[in-house]
Design a protein around this ligand. Structure first.
Ligand SMILES: *Cc1c(COP(=O)(O)O)cnc(C)c1O
Length: 396
């Protein structure tokens, strides 16, 4: 396959980034996926089942909402793509459904996943319950303590939550445990990765499942404004799946400015940040070559963000390429700026955003928006899960 922004080459490269850097023991599993994913995803029966679930189970299409009071504040036109209204509260369910349906067609009987904050674990457990498939979610011991409500949700949904006890006992260790499980169960198990990261074909596969976001935006915007093309698309980036979905059908439309907002944490140069493109260098993380926050000798640097979903030391290879090529504009927003942007949206529009999505909102302050501009902002999730954090910041 020829490489474009929407399709990596046959080896899974977007420019310099991507590929499949995996242990020998995983070759069989990954090669099976590489050779079959596109054929399965675009087969009519699969499309029909995927689309029907997105409609009747998830509640798609999600609305594209003209946020009038927010628009007035920025003296422009801002449309919110309401991924927060999806079943389970964020965009992650789009990918979880896609991958579980794909796993079924590959004849897999068992689903494994890793989770940090628990959002991807909950989405995966949800779809496994719906389909009656065994689900095992690996999670660091520290995260199990910090994210008790999501652990309870996964258990209620019938998933088994396996504590990862090694290392820092967080996402990276959960990922290692999940990979070990996959190596030991190569024939009956599918590993559901939650963002546009991991070895080829995951970044491309997840981007395609999430591309429903921009597919809807195009016709919704046409209905509302007469044009399918906005001037800007803005999204937050952890691994980059909601951004990849929101950008996808605009990647090859150069007049659309693509804006990715990373988490600056306490400040890009504070030593407590997750602004990967600002701080990172080329390196391999979780099976693909990308931009990684690392020391000179290649040790991954612990990221920090107030939002658990953005607290990741890497970025998907598509985004590394968007950054490297200049096709995407990369901004960052601090913890404080994002919390303020969240409170602002609550008061102006009556919508409580996820802390992750609040970073995209905070990014608006850094754009020189004009009166005629049409901005689509991906509101990736709802803020219910973040209430405890918001409560602590109420008087700030
Ligand atoms: C997980 C999550 C993110 C970050 O993940 P991406 O893959 O970068 O989209 C953003 N927003 C919400 C609401 C999330 O749950």
């Amino acid at each position: 396959m020829k490489q474009t922004f929407t399709s990596p080459d046959t080896k899974g490269y977007y420019g310099k980034f991507g590929g499949a850097y995996i242990p020998e023991m995983l070759h069989r599993n990954v090669e099976e996926l590489q050779s079959k994913y596109l054929e399965i995803m675009y087969e009519k029966g699969f499309r029909d089942e995927f689309n029907a679930l997105l409609k009747d189970y998830v509640g798609r299409p999600t609305p594209l909402f003209l946020a009038e009071r927010l628009s007035k504040q920025f003296n422009t036109n801002i449309y919110l793509k309401r991924e927060d209204l999806n079943h389970t509260g964020a965009h992650k369910i789009n990918n979880a459904i896609g991958q579980v349906l794909l796993a079924q067609r590959l004849g897999k009987k068992r689903i494994i996943a890793e989770t940090g904050a628990g959002q991807h674990g909950v989405a995966t457990a949800t779809v496994c319950a719906l389909k009656g498939i065994e689900c095992i979610v690996y999670m660091g011991v520290k995260d199990i303590e910090r994210q008790a409500p999501n652990v309870a949700r996964m258990k209620m949904l019938g998933a088994k939550v396996m504590p990862a006890t090694s290392g820092s006992q967080t996402l990276k260790d959960a990922t290692n445990e999940a990979i070990r499980d996959w190596i030991n169960n190569p024939t009956d198990t599918h590993y559901v990765i939650g963002s546009v990261v991991g070895p080829h074909p995951y970044p491309d596969m997840v981007a395609r499942f999430q591309s429903v976001i921009s597919e809807e935006v195009r016709w919704q915007l046409k209905e509302k404004t007469g044009s399918e093309l906005p001037t800007h698309v803005v999204a937050c980036v952890g691994g980059g799946s909601n951004a990849a979905g929101a950008f996808y059908h605009f990647l090859d439309e150069p007049q659309v400015q693509l804006v990715a907002v990373e988490a600056a944490g306490l400040g890009v140069n504070s030593g407590h940040s997750a602004a990967t493109t600002q701080l990172g260098t080329a390196g391999v993380l979780h099976g693909s070559k990308s931009i990684v926050m690392q020391t000179e000798d290649g040790q991954v640097v612990e990221p920090h963000s107030i939002s658990a979903g953005l607290d990741y030391p890497g970025i998907g290879p598509l985004h590394a390429h968007l950054f490297d090529s200049g096709r995407g504009k990369f901004l960052s927003a601090t913890d404080d700026e994002s919390v303020q942007a969240a409170f602002n949206l609550c008061k102006l529009e009556g919508i409580i955003p996820a802390l992750e999505s609040a970073h995209a909102l905070a990014g608006l302050n850094q754009l020189q928006l004009k009166e005629k501009d049409v901005v689509v902002l991906c509101l990736s999730g709802r803020g219910d899960k973040d209430l405890a954090t918001y409560m602590k910041r109420m008087d700030a």
